[in-house]
Ligand binder design. Structure first.
Ligand SMILES: [Zn+2]
Length: 407
């Protein structure tokens, strides 16, 4: 629940202002069975900006046990993600630990062990900590030692040893126990150890108008400046970073104990570019909100015009983030007949909040007049793979297009 006076998750300040209001939304990661329709709970989805440390964050926490107790998202399933994890493991090993024997790595939110398998291949002793029972079991069965728990200070004490490498890919903005986790990393990281932190980059989200990355799992939206503030508070410091295209713009940061390693020219350059962009200011967030409101108006105008013209519109794909978009725009089955999906595990399910039915690709028969593409960040790939449909006159509409929404 939101406390009466909300304190910043990073710096404890009470000086926060609302900047992006996406309304009340259901938990977007749970597609509904027919008997669950209309019973799904809604939670506030509001982004606040901290005027003291500039971190943007959600003001409401859906309990971690609801969201992460038994999720079934498997990172190994996505080929491009596994390839990204392989690169990360190889880069950190080559740069820092190539000739070390007895090296060890701990992965926070280790999922099905995909990241750790790449470290095993490089000779590391590995340990995963994963909150989902099902996913932890899959990792164990695949030969990746995994604790089924939420990583924090107590768990670190139980583990009772130090590691050369810590990895946290995409969990660092989920964390309800942020400071406990940071203290645990500080305690468990060897003197010259490296913590690899991977997070969605708020600067990229703003530039790409990727507001659909805002959902209840993502409690925090970092920039280099704000993640730096958090790390310093715990005696840690980022000394190098790279920008990767994963999830429409993610940072892979390398972190050590404060003052242990020199800050690279590459990181200084990224920090400079961030300062120039102004993305850590309240004005930038105000502009971001104006642009996504305008995008909502443009999308609704387009869909209503299509309906008036008697055109059939199907959703293309059913990514989790698509639910943020559909719920914020208020787009339901009266405008989009169904979401066309390949994943057979989702057969017969219905989208949370807006209640658009999912249909399997092979079931739809005649294609619609318009495909409304929820996985808009794969624009080029989708257009390339669907040339035959376009030649038959099917239009592909991309709801988020930063080139078209320049409020
Ligand atoms: Zn703050």
């Amino acid at each position: 629940m939101t406390p009466a006076v909300f304190a910043c998750r990073v710096c404890d300040s009470h000086d926060l202002v609302p900047v992006v209001d996406l309304g009340n939304q259901p938990w977007c990661n749970h597609f509904l069975k027919p008997e669950e329709v209309g019973k799904e709970p809604f939670y506030p989805l509001h982004v606040l900006f901290c005027r003291a440390c500039h971190t943007s964050q959600l003001d409401f926490t859906v309990k971690k046990e609801i969201m992460f107790g038994d999720h079934t998202y498997l990172s190994g399933v996505t080929k491009s993600l596994s390839e990204h994890f392989r690169q990360v493991a190889e880069e950190v090993d080559r740069a820092f630990f190539q000739n070390r024997s007895g090296k060890a790595v701990l992965d926070i939110g280790s999922n099905d062990g995909t990241q750790l398998k790449h470290f095993q291949a490089l000779g590391y002793e590995v340990l995963g900590v994963e909150s989902s029972r099902t996913t932890a079991r899959i990792a164990q069965e695949a030969g990746v030692p995994t604790l089924n728990d939420f990583f924090n200070e107590e768990v670190m004490q139980k583990i009772g040893r130090q590691f050369d490498v810590f990895n946290a890919s995409g969990v660092f903005f989920h964390l309800e126990e942020l400071h406990s986790v940071c203290r645990a990393i500080r305690a468990g990281l060897k003197e010259d150890g490296v913590f690899i932190v991977q997070f969605l980059y708020m600067k990229s989200i703003m530039e790409n108008l990727a507001f659909d990355q805002i959902y209840h799992e993502h409690l925090l939206y970092y920039t280099l400046e704000t993640v730096g503030t958090l790390l310093r508070r715990h005696g840690l410091e980022m000394f190098d970073a790279t920008l990767k295209p994963i999830h429409g713009g993610s940072v892979v940061g390398y972190v050590g104990h404060k003052g242990k390693r020199p800050v690279t020219a590459g990181l200084r350059k990224m920090q400079e570019s961030e300062r120039e962009s102004g993305c850590n200011t309240l004005e930038a967030y105000r502009k971001f909100e104006r642009r996504i409101q305008k995008m909502k108006e443009e999308n609704l105008a387009y869909l209503h015009a299509a309906k008036k013209a008697g055109k059939r519109v199907f959703g293309f794909g059913a990514p989790v983030k698509g639910n943020t978009l559909l719920n914020y725009f208020g787009v339901g089955p009266e405008l989009i007949e169904c979401l066309v999906e390949k994943n057979a595990l989702r057969r017969g399910l219905i989208s949370p909040g807006m209640h658009i039915p999912l249909r399997m690709e092979e079931e739809i028969g005649e294609p619609p007049d318009i495909y409304y593409v929820l996985a808009w960040n794969f624009k080029e790939e989708i257009l390339r793979n669907n040339q035959a449909l376009q030649e038959r006159g099917v239009e592909f509409y991309f709801p988020v297009d930063p080139d078209h929404t320049l409020a």
